[in-house]
Design a protein around this ligand. Structure first.
Ligand code: PAF
Length: 285
C-alpha cells in the first residue's frame, strides 16, 4: 500500500507540495471528513486522473451559522485516515482552525450571484465561508484538478464562478452523486437520522423522480413540475421543505417555462426531516 503522509500545518503542506516532481499532476479533494462512498469515489477519480492525490479534512467554521451543527458535526478522524490510506491517497491535510484562520482574519471571498438563491437564502454566509476556505486551500495545495460532489450542486456552481472570476488555475470536476441502495444521497449528515427517519429519507430522492417523471410526460411549466415534487413530499407530512425548485445547472437562474433545447437544468431540494437538513438534486434534461 502507498504510504500516506498526514500533514497538519500549512508549512508541512507547502513542503510536501514542493517535494513533488515538477511535472506531477496534482488532484485535490477538499472534505469536512466523516467520509463516505461519495468522498471516496472523488478520491478514486483523482487517483485515476492525476499523479498525486491530496485530500483535506477540515470542518470549516466559517460556513456554519451560529445555530447550525458545527459542534456536533461528526469527526471520526482515525476512521477517515484509514479509509483514505486504503484508497491509496498520497497525502491528507488535516489543519486545525487556528492553522487555517489567523485570529484577526478579515478577508473573505464572496460570490454575489449564484450563491444568492436556494441554500443561499436559508444559510446566509454559508457560501462566503465555502468560497473563502476553498480559495485558501487552492492557494496552499495548488492542484491541477479539484473534485466536488454534484450532490452539492450549488456549491459546485459557486466555486466554478469563483475559479473563473478570480482566474484560479484549477480545473473543477463534478463527481456524480453516490446513493444508498434505496436512493438516498450519501451525506455525512445522514448519521443524524433516527432509524425511523432513515426509512422515510428516501422520499427526498423520490420527490425528485416525480419531477423528472412529469417532465418526461411533457410538462414544461416550472411551477407545475415543482408542484409534482412538493405534493409528493408534503403528502407524507414529515418533511419541512425549504425549497424544491427547477434551476439552471450553471447559473441557477429560474424560468417560468422550461426552454426548449440548450441549457441543462436541475431540480434541487432542501428539506428538514426532524432536525436533520437534507439536500439533493437531479439533472432534469
Ligand atoms: O463540501 C464540503 O464538504 C465543504 O463545503 C468543503 C468544500 C470541503 C469546504 O469546506
Amino acid at each position: 500500500m502507498t504510504p500516506m503522509t498526514v500533514l497538519r500545518t500549512r508549512a508541512q503542506l507547502r513542503e510536501f507540495r514542493a517535494s513533488l516532481p515538477p511535472h506531477s499532476r496534482v488532484g485535490f479533494v477538499p472534505t469536512m471528513g466523516a467520509l463516505h462512498e461519495g468522498h471516496l469515489s472523488l478520491a478514486r477519480q483523482s487517483l485515476r486522473d492525476c499523479d498525486v492525490t491530496i485530500v483535506s479534512i477540515f470542518v470549516n467554521p466559517t460556513q456554519f451559522a451560529p445555530h447550525e451543527d458545527l459542534s456536533k458535526y461528526p469527526r471520526p478522524l482515525e476512521r477517515d485516515l484509514e479509509l483514505l490510506k486504503s484508497a491509496g491517497v498520497h497525502a491528507v491535510f488535516v489543519p486545525s482552525v487556528e492553522e487555517m484562520y489567523p485570529k484577526d482574519a478579515s478577508t473573505f471571498v464572496v460570490e454575489e450571484q449564484v450563491s444568492g438563491p436556494l441554500c443561499g437564502e436559508f444559510r446566509p454566509g454559508h457560501f462566503r465561508g465555502v468560497a473563502t476556505v476553498v480559495t485558501k486551500l487552492f492557494n496552499l495545495v495548488q492542484p491541477h484538478r479539484a473534485y466536488f460532489g454534484q450532490k452539492d450542486a450549488q456549491q459546485c456552481a459557486v466555486l466554478e464562478r469563483v475559479v473563473r472570476d478570480l482566474e484560479i488555475p484549477v480545473q473543477l470536476i463534478r463527481g456524480e452523486t453516490v446513493r444508498e441502495n434505496d436512493g438516498l444521497a450519501m451525506s455525512s449528515r445522514n448519521v443524524y437520522l433516527s432509524s425511523e427517519e432513515r426509512k422515510k429519507a428516501v422520499k427526498i430522492s423520490e420527490s425528485l423522480s416525480r419531477v423528472i417523471d412529469a417532465y418526461r410526460l411533457g410538462e414544461r411549466r416550472v411551477a407545475e413540475l415543482e408542484k409534482a415534487g412538493r405534493d409528493y413530499l408534503e403528502a407524507d407530512g414529515s418533511f419541512r421543505i425549504q425549497y424544491l425548485e427547477v434551476r439552471d445547472l450553471e447559473t441557477l437562474q429560474r424560468a417560468e417555462m422550461i426552454p426548449s433545447g440548450g441549457a441543462k437544468l436541475i431540480v434541487a431540494i432542501a428539506a428538514y426531516l426532524g432536525t436533520t437538513r437534507l439536500i439533493d438534486n437531479a439533472v432534469l434534461n
